[in-house]
Every structure is written in structure tokens, then in C-alpha cells.
Design a protein around this ligand. Sequence first.
Ligand SMILES: [Zn+2]
Length: 444
Amino acid sequence: MSSLHRSQTQLATEIQRWRDDWIVRAGEERLLRVRWLWNPEEAALENVCVREQGGTVLDIRPCSDSELTNVLPVVLIPPLVNAHTHLEFSALADPLEPALPFQSWIQSLMKWRGSNGATLAESIRSGLAESIDSGVGLIGEISTNDEMALLSNQQFSNQRTSCVAFRELIGLSSARVQQQLELAERFLTAPSVAGVHRALSPHAPYTVHPDLLERAVALAGKHHIPVAMHLAETTDELELLESGTGRFQTFLSSMGLFDPKLFPGGRCILNLLKILSSASKVLAVHGNYFTDEDISFLSRHQNITTVYCPRTHHFFGHTPHPFRKLLSAGCRVVLGTDSRASNPDLSIWRELQHVARLAPELSPSQLLAMITTHSAEAMQCETTPFRIRQDQNFSPLFLLTENASEDLPKLIRNPSTIPWHPFLHQTSNNLPPHQEFSGHSHEE
Ligand SMILES: [Zn+2]
């Protein structure tokens, strides 16, 4: 179909014209014809007409033959979900080095946090703006400090984006355990903030006292909220649990935080999964080193979802992630960006492309669920906004691509393909932004 091959300038002009016309006819019955409609968990539809009025989808049907010449060469998708990030590091231009050993990277992170020029507010604001720009409608955010006050000010006023704020809990001493639990309770019972759901995140096995973990999970159960925890991220973490030795032992000792009673050895990730499994919903973040036994347990505990952060995983040079094993065992796997401290940007779409290239056997419907409905479910949020359906709100993203005549799997992997929100920058006269639209051609 030659009509689907457009130069970027032609396509930009065509989309601009469509958008102007669409805005002018607000409130009327409007028709949008697109090359693809791609929803999670179902086969994508080719050459589709969406009838809309007042922001609601009236119906979705195949284009008639006569309508085919008038199809916009784009893919219509719902807003996206990023299941795991730390917005406080969004002011970083590039990931922190060295990536390895992991403890040195953590040290760089701590140093940056204490010394960076940008304030926490600036960093969070820029991370939110970047997320919204890249099509994210729901963010799983690991929240520290007084971030809630910042989030409440302005960020979600457009009601296009919401956030699950997982309050981070860190503590290895008994005094600290008590203080963190009080903080968690205060956080969960504070006045509500529009667009923000509250949740908890005991940080990781090497920073959380076993009592803190158990009691945080119990608190989450009491409030019926989800829990996120970094888990099975490095082999050093496994060694610390198994034998109380290794790089984490040295690292914690150097800060005067190592207590041999907390790490007596003889423990493993499965012990922690068992404790976590009593929460209503759990995000097991990373899971880079889940064993077969862990995966078998996860397949029997569907309330636990693994959050795979593909480009962060790549940044740290881990062994291949077990997402294929998890998926074939029937476990849920969703995607997260992690932070800009280990990732060049906060585009959850780029994470999906990374996985699509690694695992071409995954279907488009499966892939999209990993950054939409499955992620929303994992965080105990409604899935309705993350599907384009009749009688539902219509707030789609367009995937812009250099060649819409390609089949969908190819188009997904094409580096030029990027999500664009048609109504995000209504004041701009020149959309889509040329440099963005031409794609980030660099691959890691
Ligand atoms: Zn993280």
C-alpha cells in the first residue's frame, strides 16, 4: 500500500491537519480511521474506524473499502503504565557509573543524592513531564522524603496521569524498624491526594530488617494496598542471604550497618517471597536471579507480579532475565524503567521494544499487556483506562512510525516507532516534534 509510505514531513502535515480538524469538531460525532488498533490481551485490528463523541468511543468497526484511502498511517494504542521508577533521580542526564560492582553504583547514587544541583522537586517534576510525554498514564513510583506534597501540587491536575506512590522503607536496626513503621502508618493515613494511590515498598533484602518486612506486609494487608520490593537483583544479594558473606557484607560493614544476627545464612529469596505473598498484591522488582523453585512458587501465587526492567538489566550486564521461564510457567511479568540512574530515559515504550527484540516470539497482545493492563492490575488499579473500548473514555496514543505498511511485530521493533499523544501539546503548531519523530536511532 503505497499510501502508507509517507515522508516524515508529509506524515507530520497529515497528522497536523487531522488534529486541527478533530479539535474544531469537538462535541460533534467524529470518525478516526487508523491503520492499526492495538489493545492488550487481544489481536490487533487492521484498518479500523473509531467513532467518538464527547470523549467517549461510540463504536469500533472495520473500514469499508472506500474508506481505506483515508486511513491515518498510525497505530492507535491506550495510555501506558510504567510499573517501576524512582522519579527523584530524573534530573540525571546519564546513568551513573560505574555500573559494577553494584555496591559502587549504589555509592554513586548516594553521593549524587547528597550533592546534585537539582532539587528533589525539580527532579520529580522533570521525571513526571518526561513520563507523560512518553505516553505514560500510570506510574509505579518509589517514593521517598516529602514527595507527596510535591505530587499533590499540580502534577495530576490534568487527570491524564495517576501514580501509585510506594513509600520506601529502609532499616536494619531495631530503632529504625520502629521509626519506619510509624512513618509507613502516617503515610498511609495521611489525607488523600488526587490521582495518587498510596502503597509501601520495603526496599530490598540487604536494607530491610526481617521484622520490618513482616510488619510492613502486615500493615499493607490491614490497609489492603500493594507492596513492592527489589528482589533477586544481584548474585551478591543471594550470597548475603545464603551465607551472610560477600560484597554486601563488606559494603554494610563499611557503613557500620552489618549485623551478623540479621544475616545468619541459610536463607534465600523464596523465604522472602513467602512472607510477601500474604499481601493482596506484590511487585517483585527485578527478579533477575529467580530460581526454578522461586518461579514454581510464583506460578502458584498469582498475586505476585515480577517487574522486569529490561534496559536497566542490560546496563548492569546481568545473565539473561528469566522472563520467558516466568511467562511459560503462567506467572505475570510486567515492565518498568527503573530510574535514570541506570537507564538513559523513562520511556516504557523503549522497554517494550527492547523485549520485543529479545523475544520476537511474544505476541503484540502479550507485549502490550506488560505495559498496560497487567501492570495496572499488579498495582491494584483499574484496567479500563488502558484499553480502547466501546462506551469507554477515548484518550489514545498514536504510534508514529516511518513505515506503517510493515506488519505489526516489525513496526513495534522499528526504532523509528514512538508513541505520541495527539492532544498533549495543544499550543504547539508544529507537531510531531521533528527530532523526536525521527526516532532515537541509537540502540544500546
Ligand atoms: Zn528500583
